[in-house]
Design a protein around this ligand. Structure first.
Ligand code: TEU
Length: 542
């Protein structure tokens, strides 16, 4: 168990993300719940993770699956009760697993009490908790678009004003310029800290300091000022792990966010690598092959530049991203092996690794008829592009490749109906491959993807070089090998990954001959790397 009273304990931690509605249902509702998570804590303990990041379970009308919060201090009945949450926190702690809550502080639900008040009159004290602009019903303040499509402005006749929303119209943006709002947020966070949570993930935190008149969404001028105040008033009063979601973070900003003095956050999620397989300047739906060399160089830059003066988060999957084995691996013939390679590449780097539920099983993307998708973003995209005259096959290809529901199909526990996720009708179909890809099979198989993740996690706890070592990219221009070295004083490791379906000539460098193999995903042969082969070598220079 990690000593979580130690400063920066989260540098040695591994975080597991749970998307509660798709994890484990205990009531037959077809939607996962908090008691379901409690039931599966032993599984997570077996895997070896230290923290659970829980996607939002707060009260919510569920327009955006909980990212539209109507009460920050209550649990949605869909998922259980506050009492269930307390049980989860307590039972987690007993197993050395802390809970990280997912705070959506950029916007609330339009059903939140604050917004219900705010929309009544311009004089209402809550009016200024949100972002309003004058206009007329047919004259929008400007042409800004929401992330989920359509204008970013919604008209409210009662106040003869528009409110600003960066996401769905049911997700009005909060006005961080208002100190009373900020105070309410801090009190709410302190209250959750009192409940015993050990960390927070902050949704789209780089968008809180918006200035719509100047069309600024990410990285507004007051962003880091707000963050430092937030951190001082809340997180710094405990020994917490915090991670901000920041699509707009570049390296200089990431250094501010994750400054070693703890003045802002522990780390951020940045998306530079995750935006590479799309056409430059376009949307994620405009598909392009992964530029492999660029991807390596991008990871390497973040590794080098944050070393010693910031901290990386490491992730390939989350509830908004397609399954990585389908995206960058091979989810057919080499599903298991390529899933292990991707894990090796990521967990060998410096930073805090995040595992998204099912990634440790090598779960894959799904293809559904449009009416079976549930995500608001997918449906908006479909209608928009069909109206714009895109061929339907092309729209569906984008959804199959990048749609968020790929990640949201129910967790595959075993080969019983609905993969053991629910006894009812699952809210989103189970991937039909659950009969072969499931936790039950993998727990029983020492060569499974699960067993491999388990080993990677335990290596991180055993060898300091995983946590503290520096990073050097080798074979920079090689079109399919991703090879890097880590070093911490005399301790060194070499991570070798052959990305692709072809065997590739490669000889162990002379200075690595005789080094110990810490982990490998297939049997090594001299002078050749097998398709999707991955290996970590280790030595101590004397
Ligand atoms: O995501 C931020 C976000 O911008 C995503 O919607 C992302 O841009 C999109 O998937 C790419 O097209 C966060 C949450 O992770 C996401 O689930 C929420 O829907 C969103 O914020 C709004 O709260």
């Amino acid at each position: 168990m990690l000593d979580k009273t130690k400063k920066d304990w989260w540098k040695s931690a591994v975080v597991y993300q749970i998307y509660p509605r798709s994890f484990q249902d205990t009531t037959g509702s077809g939607v996962g719940d908090i008691p379901g998570i409690v039931r599966r804590l032993d599984y997570l303990q077996t895997l070896g993770v230290d923290v659970i990041w829980l996607s939002p379970v707060f009260a919510s009308p569920q327009v955006d699956n909980g990212y539209d919060i109507s009460d920050y201090r209550d649990i949605d009945p869909l998922f259980g009760t506050l009492e269930d949450m307390r049980t989860l926190i307590r039972e987690g702690k007993r197993r050395g697993i802390g809970i990280m809550m997912d705070l959506v502080l950029n916007h609330t639900s339009d059903q939140h009490r604050w917004f219900q008040q705010a929309r009544q009159s311009r004089e209402n004290p809550y009016h200024d908790y949100y972002v309003w602009r004058d206009g007329t019903p047919d004259q929008l303040p400007n042409d800004m678009q929401a992330v989920f499509g359509g204008p970013a402005w919604e008209w409210v006749p009662e106040v003869q004003q528009y409110y600003f929303h960066q996401f769905a119209p049911q997700q009005p943006d909060l006005n961080w310029e208002n100190p009373a709002l900020r105070r309410e947020i801090y009190d709410m966070i302190l209250w959750w800290m009192d409940q015993g949570v050990e960390g927070f993930r902050l949704d789209v935190i780089d968008q809180i300091a918006k200035e719509p008149d100047r069309k600024i969404t990410n990285n507004g001028p007051r962003l880091h000022e707000f963050l430092r105040e937030l951190s001082a008033e809340t997180f710094q009063k405990g020994c917490l792990v915090t991670v901000g979601e920041a699509w707009g973070a570049d390296i200089p900003r990431a250094k501010l966010y994750s400054a070693p003095d703890g003045s802002e956050l522990s780390m951020v999620f940045q998306f530079e690598q995750m935006c590479l397989d799309q056409q430059p300047g376009k949307e994620k739906w405009d598909l392009a092959p992964l530029p492999f060399v660029k991807m390596k160089q991008s990871f390497a830059r973040w590794q080098r530049e944050l070393h010693g003066c910031g901290w990386n988060s490491l992730f390939l999957d989350n509830h908004d991203l397609p399954r990585i084995v389908s995206r960058w691996g091979n989810d057919g013939q080499y599903r298991g092996r390529s899933a292990k390679l991707l894990a090796t590449m990521l967990h060998g780097m410096q930073g805090t690794p995040y595992i998204y539920q099912g990634e440790e099983l090598g779960m894959t993307n799904i293809q559904l008829p449009i009416e079976q998708y549930r995500d608001v973003e997918i449906h908006n995209l479909y209608h928009k592009r069909m109206a714009e005259g895109y061929p339907e096959a092309e729209v569906m290809a984008s959804i199959y490749a990048k749609g968020r529901d790929n990640a949201r199909t129910p967790m595959q526990w075993d080969d019983t109906p609905n993969a053991g996720f629910t006894t009812g009708t699952p809210w989103l179909p189970v991937n039909p491959n659950y009969t072969t890809v499931n936790a039950g099979e993998e727990l029983a198989d020492p060569d499974s993807v699960f067993a491999y993740y388990q080993k990677l996690i335990s290596l991180r706890k055993q060898y300091a070089v995983f946590v503290d070592g520096d990073f050097t990219l080798l074979e920079e221009e090689h079109p399919c090998l991703f090879i890097y070295e880590r070093a911490l004083g005399a301790e060194q490791m070499l991570v070798v990954c052959n990305f692709g379906d072809e065997a590739t000539p490669w000889t162990v460098p002379e200075n690595w001959c005789g080094a110990r193999v810490l982990i490998e995903n297939c049997t090594a042969t001299p002078d050749t790397l097998q398709p999707w082969e991955a290996r970590i070598l280790y030595k101590v220079n004397r």
